[in-house]
Design a protein. Structure first.
Length: 278
């Protein structure tokens, strides 16, 4: 149960954390919410302070983010999310942002998104963006509109920096971009057009705060990145690259929460004991 004081703060305790033990060596695996309406800074700082090394999925600096933006820009016509959206989906996206349906338009996408007053409607510019980048531009803007301004991975990076803990990245930004390039357009269109965003968002918060890994994995099956290139191919790579650190012990690996089910399974097959951390 959340205490009375917690009702007046955005701080929460991190419950998506597992202790990983083998041969007397102990480390931690944490499942991150890349965007969330609550933060876990005090909790993260306490866990980071207990270890000697922090492992994160990939770089988070400005240069890496610039590479993501560059890679998400379509180089030729026919490659953008805007060109793939139908009128019904555009109207649904606009409604999620409280924008009224246009009175006159053959295709409301350009009127409502591209030619509108930036302060009044969707405000998410997807012109010239590849499907995966266009989707994340829409989705992250939607989340920010509902107060999802915190990032677990960034807070872990800052805690490591403040406490003088070395940080190792398990992937390069190029590898992460390649994974995003593989997100199927059909999954993006299906999520944007058919999923109840409000229910999805609320369920995610509820399950993440409770540390309910199975419930999170079940509901995430409709999310676009629940696909081969992002999960199936990367989970074994993340597991393999964190293994040397876990073998030495005294490490904390923080990866996206949906990587955790498979990684936990692989660690147990390696002979590790994996249990919820206190």
């Amino acid at each position: 149960m959340i205490g009375v004081s917690a009702l007046f703060t955005r701080a929460r305790d991190l419950r998506t954390l597992w202790e990983v033990r083998k041969a007397g060596k102990s480390s931690y695996l944490a499942g991150a919410a890349h965007f969330f309406p609550y933060h876990f800074r005090r909790s993260l700082r306490g866990h980071v302070n207990r270890v000697g090394t922090v492992l994160l999925e990939g770089p988070l600096d400005d240069a890496a983010m610039t590479r993501v933006v560059e890679s998400g820009t379509a180089k030729e016509p026919g490659q953008t999310l805007a060109e793939a959206l139908d009128t019904e989906t555009v109207l649904k996206i606009n409604s999620e942002f409280g924008a009224p349906a246009p009175a006159f338009s053959l295709h409301p996408l350009y009127h409502e998104i591209f030619e509108s007053d930036p302060g009044s409607q969707l405000c998410v510019q997807i012109r010239g963006l590849k499907p995966w980048m266009g989707f994340f531009r829409i989705w992250t803007h939607y989340l920010r509109e509902h107060g999802w301004t915190y990032r677990t991975d960034l807070d872990a990076l800052r805690a490591a920096s403040d406490l003088g803990r070395p940080v190792h990245f398990l992937e390069s930004i190029e590898e992460q971009i390649a994974a995003l390039e593989g997100v199927p357009l059909a999954r993006i269109l299906d999520f944007l057009g058919t999923v109840d965003w409000t229910e999805y968002r609320r369920a995610y918060v509820r399950h993440y705060l409770a540390g309910s890994l199975e419930a999170l994995a079940a509901m995430a099956r409709v999310f676009p990145t629940h696909c081969e290139s992002v999960l199936d191919r990367r989970d074994p790579i993340l597991h393999e690259r964190m293994r040397p650190h876990l073998e030495r012990g005294n490490a904390m690996a923080l990866v996206g929460i949906l990587h955790c089910p498979r990684i936990i399974e692989l660690l147990r097959s390696d002979g590790y004991e994996v249990a919820a951390a206190s």
